[in-house]
Design a protein around this ligand. Structure first.
Ligand code: HEC
Length: 244
């Protein structure tokens, strides 16, 4: 008993306890909580106008932005993994004119920094993308509910609420009818998913009268389709909209 306790203490002192950062961190289990606690208040979606608009840190994958004829992809955390580790390097000797130290005004804890550093080290040499890694073994899937709050002409006001019993950050898209460049109806992004409750406007100008299914793609960080896939989201029906 005493020996075991002694060994456990030694382990803690030598820094090889259970609390060591994993060699290849998982986005859902290790990385996302560090970003949620330290970065997302400024680098979440909708983006704060003062921060770079090329990435969001409350999502692993790129987001399709609605309202643009060509889908614009703002990178998620995976695509900027190396920048995250560089920007949050707590080493006081660290200086570069290109990178501001993050988070501003304080430093990440050593373990949090080591998680970002290890994750950045696992990034693919060609695509620069860091792996999702295995998710939580007993992960619970996120759910979404949605309602129409009102209409003014062809602009609908919709509200959704995302719930996740594990309190993971949830990202993704609301999908519905959109017009392609030839004015043909196709399924495309009409809204961006964030955790919690959000109201957004959907301009349906030009869409033919009809009944349309609205679905949501929800990503809570879990590895849904295996290590090599990039379809790691649930697609769920959310509501039907009738356009006159
Ligand atoms: C209080 C708000 C705030 C928090 C919290 C914050 N950032 Fe930033 N971040 C900014 C702003 C503002 C900029 C733009 C800096 C500039 O260009 O002057 C920025 C820029 C960046 C950049 C772009 C590179 C650069 O140097 O401009 C990276 C990468 C970044 N942040 C990562 C992070 C990470 C990782 C965290 C958490 C560990 C974090 N940030 C937390 C406000 C924040």
């Amino acid at each position: 008993m005493r020996a075991a306790l002694h060994l456990a203490l030694l382990g803690a002192v030598a820094g090889c306890g259970l609390d060591d950062p994993p060699e290849v961190p998982s986005w859902q289990v290790d990385v996302m909580p560090v970003l949620a606690a330290n970065c997302v208040r400024c680098h979440g979606y909708p983006l704060n106008p003062l921060v770079p608009s090329s990435f969001r840190l409350d999502a692993y994958a790129p987001t399709s932005l609605p309202g643009l004829s060509l889908p614009l992809e703002g990178a998620g955390g995976a695509g900027v993994a190396k920048d995250l580790a560089t920007a949050s390097d707590p080493d006081p000797a660290f200086t570069t004119t290109l990178t501001k130290r993050m988070p501003p005004n304080r430093r990440l804890g050593e373990r949090e920094y080591q998680i970002l550093r290890a994750w950045s080290g696992a990034a693919d040499a060609v695509t620069n993308e860091a792996p999702r890694g295995p998710g939580r073994p007993d992960n619970r899937a996120p759910t979404i509910s949605m309602e129409e709050l009102g209409r003014e002409g062809s602009v609908l006001t919709l509200a959704f609420e995302v719930r996740d019993l594990d309190h993971d950050l949830v990202s993704g898209n609301i999908l519905g009818p959109t017009l392609d460049v030839q004015n043909q109806v196709q399924v495309g992004p009409i809204g961006v998913v964030v955790s919690g409750r959000r109201t957004f406007a959907w301009d349906t100008t030009g869409l033919p009268a009809g009944t349309y299914e609205i679905t949501a793609r929800l990503d809570d960080g879990a590895d849904v389709d295996g290590p090599d896939g990039d379809e790691d989201y649930l697609e769920v029906p959310v509501m039907t909209v009738v356009l006159p």
